[in-house]
Write a protein that binds this ligand. Structure first.
Ligand SMILES: Cc1cc2nc3c(=O)[nH]c(=O)nc-3n(C[C@H](O)[C@H](O)[C@H](O)COP(=O)(O)OP(=O)(O)OC[C@H]3O[C@@H](n4cnc5c(N)ncnc54)[C@H](O)[C@@H]3O)c2cc1C
Length: 480
């Protein structure tokens, strides 16, 4: 037996994803080296093994070694939401910030195609995409007039800066039906559940995508996604909670960002966990030690934990012992970015036009506020008509400008990451406002840690609101 260290790759160009997973699974009982195990496998043996151990005996974690790269093109942004609700995967999608949308790049959902609403739907799509194109032209000349060219800046760099300002605002017109491309890297275990969720959707487009993903994945994973079928219990659970929720009053909105809870001892819990990690005492002993420290001593420990970190370092995992629950209302464009943060628990409400819409100040400054408000009103009108008939498919017509409610729970480590990325000056102003408001509320609850969240100097949620928005919430037809 060779006892020298060997580290090498099992190449997906030579072995199928399923054979790699079985090779790793077999090391649990076989003393042979991996390459030898792999050499003894063929598609039939791998499939038999997977069927017996992974599917039959439920040793599902082995399927995580089979990884696929899936390319999905021209699917609606609404469908992408179901796909990306699977957090154990990696995604990169077409950006509303770096690309401009083709006027025909929208999905006609199977529910609406051929229905009495098809013509109205097509007319609204034309209106929204035409509004988007007109907004882009108006905003571009406005932003070139207000963006001063910097002394060292090239013509191209200056124009690009002005263009980004224009796309960032024009995107408020784009509906959830807009097409996008997304690249997905996912392991077979997560993929099986993803397919089940896609197949259980109330949207026909999403169910079709689920069936196509299953067919494509089966080419590489003949056994591991074979039993990915719709989840029957979903429909019953949805029906029970919809019925119960229908009886709850809908009150006018209060604050758009609420910190619902943060443990009062959250900061001491983080310190106690770090003391436990680097010491020999129990958690109870570490916690009472942390709680007994004078405020200056606690500050010194927080310093010791955070100050040595460079911009590229990740804070200690013990930050995860402090958690925050937020209820947020943000425009759909911001939500589309927010949902990408997989380390949070997120519960979005259905996308509707009933929480009003945001009005970027630039729409007014570029002289297209009326164009924008008319488009939002038209979208809200068709949304209501469709919602009375087919509430799920109605969401396709909702533009990015409309607000969405999301409940989320995250820990302090993720809060550091989220705020660093999304409060930064190169992020979109909608999500920056969310990140800044969350940071401000968390800092009031846990000042020792959260006053150190990475927030650009002199900026706040309020200053951003004043700089970028006219109303906090605009109600459809309130202006007419
Ligand atoms: C300037 C900028 C431009 C962007 N442009 C685009 C774009 O054009 N298209 C697009 O699709 N997205 C874009 N994004 C979104 C970005 O790629 C992230 O998906 C998103 O910000 C979520 O952050 P995250 O992946 O760091 O982490 P989260 O999901 O919040 O996770 C937190 C951290 O956990 C770790 N982690 C979580 N999951 C994994 C995993 N599967 N593997 C390894 N580590 C993991 C990482 O350390 C990660 O930083 C952009 C973001 C920024 C800031």
């Amino acid at each position: 037996m060779n006892l020298s260290r060997r580290i090498y790759r099992l190449s997906p160009s030579q072995l199928s994803a399923e054979t790699i997973a079985v090779t790793f699974a077999k090391t649990s009982r076989s003393p042979e080296p991996f390459d030898q195990i792999a050499a003894e496998l063929d598609a039939e043996k791998s499939s038999k093994f997977s069927e017996k151990w992974i599917v039959g005996y439920g040793h599902s974690s082995v399927a995580e070694h089979a990884v696929l790269h899936l390319a999905l093109e021209n699917i609606s942004r609404l469908a992408i939401e179901t796909l990306e609700s699977n957090r154990l995967a990696s995604y990169t999608e077409k950006s509303t910030r770096y690309q401009e949308w083709n006027p025909d790049a929208w999905v006609l959902p199977p529910e609406i195609a051929g229905s009495r609403y098809e013509e109205k739907y097509r007319a609204l799509m034309r209106l929204l995409f035409d509004g988007y194109a007109r907004a882009m032209t108006a905003l571009r000349s406005w932003s070139e007039s207000v963006c001063e060219r910097l002394p060292e800046e090239s013509e191209k760099a200056w124009q690009n800066r002005a263009r980004v300002k224009a796309v960032d605002v024009s995107r408020f017109f784009l509906p959830a039906a807009s097409m996008a491309n997304v690249g997905v890297t996912i392991n077979a275990r997560a993929l099986e559940y993803a397919i089940k969720k896609l197949l259980s959707s109330e949207l026909e487009e999403v169910r079709q995508i689920g069936a196509e993903v299953k067919a494509v994945a089966t080419q590489e994973l003949p056994t591991l996604v074979k039993y990915a079928n719709p989840i029957e219990s979903f429909a019953a659970i949805r029906a029970s909670f919809r019925a119960e929720a229908a009886d709850i009053a809908v009150e006018p909105e209060g604050a758009w960002c609420k910190l619902l809870s943060a443990e009062p001892a959250g900061e001491e819990q983080v310190l106690a966990a770090a003391l436990l990690r680097f010491g020999g005492s129990s958690y109870a002993e570490c916690l009472s030690h942390a709680q007994a420290l004078a405020s200056g001593e606690k500050t010194a420990l927080v310093d010791a934990m955070l100050s040595p970190l460079s911009d590229f370092d990740v804070p200690l995992r013990e930050l995860e012992y402090a958690r925050y629950d937020f209820e947020l209302i943000m425009d759909q464009g911001a939500y589309f970015e927010f949902k990408r943060h997989r380390m949070m628990t997120q519960t979005p409400q259905a996308l509707t036009t009933r929480l009003g819409y945001a009005v970027p100040k630039a729409m007014r400054l570029a002289g297209i506020e009326a164009l924008y408000r008319d488009a939002m009103n038209a979208a809200a009108d068709l949304y209501e008509e469709l919602a009375a008939w087919q509430p799920e498919a109605a969401a396709y017509v909702v533009p990015n400008g409309f607000n969405r409610r999301v409940l989320c729970r995250l820990n302090l480590r993720e809060l550091f990451h989220f705020v660093r990325l999304r409060a930064s000056e190169n992020a979109h102003f909608s999500i920056r406002r969310v990140a800044l408001q969350m940071a401000e509320l968390a800092a009031a609850a846990h000042p020792l840690f959260c006053s150190r969240l990475c927030v650009p100097a002199g900026q706040s949620a309020r200053s951003l609101t004043e700089e970028y928005f006219t109303d906090t919430v605009a109600v459809p037809h309130a202006d007419s």
